[in-house]
Design a protein around this ligand. Structure first.
Ligand code: SF4
Length: 396
């Protein structure tokens, strides 16, 4: 089959989802695979017209919003092609997708069911149910353990087309994005990952991650962005990979994401990772209001954020918080306290300005929808926006 894999948005880095899916589809030698990254490329109509199967990657909210438009354009150019959405947001929104432009939806660990699905379509065989949803046949997301393959990076534009790291010395470094795990062992209520993974972690085999890093270095990567939802969920796995990565490529710097609780729990690992070339750590601080942190089930308090800042500063690595300042429970004084916290803890240059403006998203399946404290504020599901509406008690 001629397969076209489309990515629309992955935070400015070279997309992992289509490269990983592409590797699995190419492995059997039965399909021709092309990719399009609409974040840096225009829609190539010739690629769409020759595709029998179009797979659209939806790892995040912006990706699915753009992905539906891409699917509609693909359908207009090639009415016969099979359109499949895969990734985290596809399964959260499968009803809407399957009532509209999608022929199929694959959630969770997508590479194996996607490959099986394309194989079956090529044979005109019956659909393989594991992880695959069709209009007439729904399946839960695939959470079985997969054997991964190094992503097919050659299908994508070069790293120079993507966001680069600017160091404190003003040097620009090409960035390669990798994943050493999927899912998460935690269940923060505002996060879409537990709605699919239900507190489960799925590890990408060490040799696969290292082969991917080797490929990226060969393509010019000078910095590795570990995009795991939480790199310290599998702390030993992550440390082993970084030690081996640095022994192979001593010049590489890197960054990762970890929750505040893990930074405190794994202080020694933070020290070692900093010594191995970590230049910053992203952490979903979200709020410094302990009441809101309890509603979100974040597993940390304001004091814990201060402790994590002390640990990362002692390790000489920057903690870069992400924030969720606008929730139904935010007050004017609470917002001002957040700004004071940023100033008092010398965080102004560690925060991206967009963080001051983030508003809570309530996707279908959000665990926040289950708590009584949100009920007075929540409205209806706007399917085409992929969120429930909510209204602040003081909208003025
Ligand atoms: S720790 Fe991070 S990835 Fe895991 S559930 Fe919480 S917010 Fe989501």
């Amino acid at each position: 089959m001629n397969v076209l894999l489309i990515s629309c948005y992955e935070l400015g880095h070279q997309p992992f989802g289509v490269a990983s899916a592409g590797a699995h589809l190419l492995a059997g030698g039965r399909h021709q695979v092309e990719c399009l990254d609409l974040a840096v490329e225009t829609l190539d109509e010739a690629k769409v017209r020759r595709a029998d199967f179009v797979g659209i990657s939806t790892p995040m909210h912006t990706a699915i919003r753009l992905g539906v438009k891409a699917g509609e354009m693909a359908r207009g150019l090639n009415p016969q092609c099979h359109i499949c959405y895969f990734g985290l947001y596809a399964s959260l929104n499968e009803d809407y997708l399957l009532e509209g432009v999608a022929d199929s939806v694959i959630g969770g660990e997508f590479e194996t069911p996607l490959t099986q699905h394309v194989d079956r379509l090529a044979e005109n065989g019956p659909p393989h149910p594991g992880g695959l949803s069709l209009a007439e046949l729904r399946s839960p997301p695939n959470l079985s353990r997969q054997h991964f393959l190094p992503p097919a990076r050659h299908l994508l534009p070069p790293l120079e087309r993507y966001a680069r790291l600017r160091t404190s010395e003003g040097e620009f470094r090409n960035v390669g994005y990798v994943e050493a795990s999927r899912g998460c062992a935690h269940k923060c209520r505002h996060c879409p990952i537990p709605a699919v993974y239900e507190g489960r972690l799925r590890i990408v085999q060490r040799e696969v991650v290292l082969a991917d890093i080797d490929n990226l270095v060969h393509m010019g990567a000078q910095h590795i962005n570990f995009g795991d939802p939480d790199f310290l969920n599998g702390m030993k796995h992550s440390l082993w990979i970084v030690r081996e990565m640095r022994s192979r490529h001593p010049e590489l710097s890197f960054d990762f994401t970890a929750k505040i609780e893990h930074l405190i729990q794994h202080r020694d690992a933070v020290m070692e990772l900093a010594a191995l070339g970590c230049v910053f750590i992203l952490s979903a601080v979200e709020s410094v209001d302990d009441r809101i942190l309890r509603y979100l089930d974040k597993g940390h308090t304001r004091d814990d954020v201060v402790a994590a800042l002390e640990i990362t500063r002692a390790a000489d690595v920057a903690l870069r918080p992400s924030l969720l300042p606008f929730t139904p429970w935010t007050t004017l004084s609470g917002y001002l306290e957040l700004l004071e916290f940023v100033q008092d803890h010398d965080l102004v240059y560690q925060l991206d300005p967009v963080q001051y403006s983030i508003r809570l998203l309530l996707p279908p399946g959000s665990r926040l929808l289950d708590i009584p404290e949100i009920q007075p504020h929540v409205g209806s599901l706007i399917q085409e926006d992929f969120v429930y509406t909510w209204r602040h008690p003081d909208p003025g």
